[in-house]
Design a binder for this molecule. Structure first.
Ligand SMILES: Nc1ncnc2c1ncn2[C@@H]1O[C@H](COP(=O)(O)OP(=O)(O)OP(=O)(O)O)[C@@H](O)[C@H]1O
Ligand SMILES: [Mg+2]
Length: 361
């Protein structure tokens, strides 16, 4: 059976709160090739699980991927997903991967790090290195724990659509995989800010390694809500207005400026996205050197003026993620569409690059 599957093709399916993004990648050659990419917005007023299934079915129907294997994701913002750095006393870097995994599991259990029985958790760990805490030697480990029901539900959904789930990852880890794969020199400190629909995820690269922060609960949905309120329009109309900010006719320019005002108002609230980002950066730079630049990604980073806003608020150079030069793009694929939407597809590309949390491990 497996012999019939195209083993060189893999789908990365990023299921966000707002939309599903899918990228089909051909791997194994000198450079990965993007052979197919597509996205579909979900109806956020519909029942979540059913709508996810409906939208994914429609997306796959439109894309008709040849790949029959996929890696999909769960959001880091789910309360059942726990990611953190952990000190394991008496452990050493010489221990085998299995021993480190075992030690992590027992430390997680003893310290009550997760809000459900450890038997229900899938845990994966990465050794960060030796550390000494309160005079005691040990190792530091970065661990991710998810309640196994989350990846299992995702896997069931893919199987129903005839797709074999190869792995289920956490969205922000998939993004970090892409950024890491793009190559961050170890002497360079970089911040990555992923502005989605309901959340903004932030991590920093220091010494060539990512340092993750808890997500900020702000994103594009609240900008759309503000447009709905201010311009007294339906949600779908407000979404369209947000995406078509740079119209050319006099009327479009007028509406565009009112839409922009509404977006700015939402972002500049005392408890809004910009201030939350600033607080997070201040917290980070209290201990570690300021990053040399900010890489922006996620759908909401495609707002035309957001880079300037962040430059002013964070006082750091800001650029949108740009990875397409590292890929070939198949002729049948709309290169310009992907190029214009690199921030939207970044996590899906990161998913397709390599599995992380294996189903049933
Ligand atoms: N060109 C654009 N200009 C402005 N906003 C955009 C643009 N394209 C997408 N967005 C907004 O980006 C958001 C969706 O981004 P993204 O797909 O990264 O989020 P998601 O992954 O679905 O959600 P989350 O990561 O929060 O779970 C929506 O609010 C959408 O309106
Ligand atoms: Mg997302």
């Amino acid at each position: 059976m497996l012999g019939f599957l195209r083993r060189d093709l893999i789908l990365g399916i990023d299921i966000g709160d707002h939309s599903i993004k899918a990228v089909e990648l051909r791997v194994g050659g000198e450079r990965p090739v993007i052979v197919n990419a597509g996205l579909i917005a979900m109806d956020i007023s519909a029942e979540r699980e059913g709508e996810m299934m409906r939208a994914l079915k429609e997306l796959l129907g439109a894309m008709k991927p040849k790949a029959k294997r996929a890696i999909t994701d769960i959001p880091s913002s789910d309360e059942m997903v726990i990611m953190r750095t952990l000190f394991i006393p008496e452990a050493t870097p010489e221990m085998s991967e299995e021993q480190i995994e075992e030690a992590t599991r027992s430390e997680v259990e003893q310290q009550d790090y997760i809000p459900y029985p450890v038997d229900n958790a899938l845990i994966s760990s990465d050794l960060l290195g030796e550390a000494t805490v309160d005079g005691q030697k040990g190792v530091e480990v970065f661990f991710v724990a998810v309640h196994k029901e989350l990846p299992e539900a995702r896997a069931r959904m893919l199987k129903k659509l005839g797709i074999q789930p190869l792995a289920i990852d956490v969205d922000v880890l998939a993004l970090a995989r892409l950024i890491g794969w793009m190559g961050i020199p170890s002497e360079e400190d970089v911040a990555v800010v992923d502005i989605g629909a309901t959340k903004t995820s932030v991590f920093f690269y220091h010494d060539g390694k990512p340092i993750f922060y808890p997500h900020i609960p702000h994103g594009g949905n609240e900008l759309t809500e503000e447009i709905v309120r201010e311009l007294d329009v339906e949600w779908s109309e407000a979404e369209r207005m947000k995406l078509e900010l740079d119209g050319e006719t006099a009327r479009e320019v007028l509406v565009g400026s009112r839409v922009k005002e509404a977006i700015m108002r939402a972002m500049e609230r005392p408890q809004g996205l910009l201030q939350a980002l600033r607080n997070l950066f201040e917290h980070y730079t209290a201990d570690l050197p300021a990053p040399q630049k900010v890489i922006l990604t996620g759908g909401s980073s495609q707002l035309p003026f957001i880079d300037d806003l962040l430059l002013t608020k964070l006082d750091l150079p800001v650029e949108r993620v740009s990875y397409l030069d590292l890929f070939d793009v198949d002729d049948r694929c709309d290169r310009e569409m992907i190029k214009a939407n690199q921030p939207l597809f970044a996590t899906a590309v990161g998913l397709a690059l390599k599995p992380a949390l294996r189903v049933g491990r």
